[in-house]
Ligand binder design. Sequence first.
Ligand code: ZN
Length: 258
Amino acid sequence: MRKIVGKRIYDTSNSRIIISLDNGFPLSDERHICWAIYLTPSERWFLYIHAGSLTKLSEIQQNKSVGTESIDILTKNEILPYFKDSERMDLIKKFFPKSYNNIRNKERKKRKREKHKKLFRELIAGEILLYNNNFYCPICNNIFREISYFRTVFRANKIIWLANMVTHTRHNHIKYWDKWWSDFSVDIDKYTEREKNYQIEKNRVNERAKRHIIRNCSDFLIKQKFTVDDFMKLQHTDFHTMELATQKLNPQHNEKKN
Ligand SMILES: [Zn+2]
């Protein structure tokens, strides 16, 4: 079949079939329908449809049902859905490499988003402790931005989580701390008297925070297999904290007591 549109010739006899589909009936059968996407020698696209007289696409001419043939010129955007629906990514890659890369990138992003969602759910469920600079606080049951500094000090995720929890607890679960010191930052090399007090007070409140965590999240800590040693790895952990950790996290200690 041949069609001329705007001085351009679209001809099935000299164009390449790139993709085609039929309903299974042979061409000689009046129930036959087929469609095909063609590429002309001058790289233009068209859709060719052929339908027998006993198909829905048939026409009535002089009270008689007749088969039809048609050619529709397609733009690139109109062809892409045909290729996508036919799951012919190879054709998209071959003829529209830019679109192919875009589709692949979108898929990659989607997979990444889904992975993030899954990990986020695990984070909330307490199955993992840290993810993508976020950590979960079992006291307020929320996700928080991790303090990147701790990654330079500690290597194990467990200890990084614990250090984040101490700071988070100091700011969020021990009320008076932020009231007194929220405007205060320290230059470690130039300690003034107030800075020294801040440091002493901070260490003291950190210990309170650790004990607050042990008291309020002991189930979570046991489930995550935290031990007294993990608390030892944090800076300045004192005797009272160690004693409480031994009491709450060490099942053997509890058994003896019971
Ligand atoms: Zn919290």
